[in-house]
Structure formats: structure tokens, C-alpha cells
Design a protein around this ligand. Sequence first.
Ligand code: FES
Length: 226
Amino acid sequence: MIVKIKRQENSDSKAYWQSFKYNGNMDTTVAAVLDFLNYNDDLFDTEGNPARRIRWECSCMQKTCGACAMIINGMPALACNTFLRNISSKELVLEPLRKFPVVSDLIVDRSIIYENLKKAELYIGEYAGADKKEYEQQYQTAKCLKCGLCLEVCPNYNKGETFFGAMFANDSYISYTQSESRKKEIASEYKKHFASGCSKSLACVDICPVQIPTLASIGRMNKKIF
Ligand code: FES
């Protein structure tokens, strides 16, 4: 299999494409392919030129941390959860996520996700106590990996603008339903950074690697605050 990777030394340098031959096990993941290429003694591209190691991020390797999010054959996905057997093309094309600044190769800077949460001051203040009616939805929603895939596919999310995307809606829902003292503030931030900008394309629901029921979070929030 040919592995074509969009590479970039650092945030200021120019991007370029480089291809590698992969002749390892085909019953494996994209993450394992990257490991296989990097752990060879020396790395050469398909032209036989020496190449530097491929930079990419991972931690858990089991769909739990979200670090390995990238674009795989045109689709945003987690490398550790994408299997070669599900890729019909003979070529594997890897690119960094497009809505975040590139740090190097397949690594992007997703700190804006946390900056936006800080900006909206999404903390609960005084705890409201447990509400059994919200348990299941809170539990499902709390699985968010902050991988950024939902922002990558969202037609309304653009870095630096006021719309913060699906993960913000889910975090708002959790904070709102657990807060006693800050419900008003959280509702106001939700309206400003989510409700006023969502066009319900729901691409975020389809792409989520942990199947967060975002639509239910939005429905519950809207019912409570409008
Ligand atoms: S390495 Fe953690 S989600 Fe892929």
C-alpha cells in the first residue's frame, strides 16, 4: 500500500506531499501503519530519499483520548480507530485537520477548544445535586474526547468566530444541568455561542467517534431555556 502524507516541518514552513511504501500487516489500523513506518531503522520515501520521522499525536490507541484525529482519505477520523480493511483505495492519504493550525505534519494545535470554554466561563458554581432524569444523557455527553472532529465537519464553525460548535453545546448541557447558581449565565453563553449559530446540519452527530447524542443535548437545553 502507498501511504501519502501531507507534511509540514513547522507552522511557518510550506506544506508538501511525501509518499511511503507500507508492506506490513493489512489487518491493522492507520495508527499502526504510522508506527510501522516510524519504527523502521531508517525512513525512505517511495523515491528512495531519506525522510524524517512522521510527526503525529497519540496516547491511548483505543479511541479514548482523541489525540490521533486527522483526515484519512478525505474524511476526518481517528487513526487508531480506522482499519485498513475498511479502506477500499490502494492508497492511504493522510492530512492534518484543516480547521486548526498545523504544528508539524499531522499534529495540530487544538487549544482553541479549551480557550473557548474558558472564554465562556463554563463552570457550574454551586452544585445543584444529582438529577436522575439527566443521568443517562450526562453520562453519554461526558464521553466527549475533545478530538475536534465535530468542528472539522461543521459548516458553521470557523476559528475565531463566535460559534463554538457541538462540543460547546454538550458541555453547556452538562454544566447547566449540574449548576445551581450559574444557570442564567450558562444559558446566555449557550445562546450566544451555539444556539444562534447552529444550522442543524448535524454532521457533528454522524462524525462523532463516540456517538455522543448531541441532538438530545440540544433538545434538552432548548426546552429548558427557551
Ligand atoms: S490515540 Fe487516543 S483516540 Fe486515538
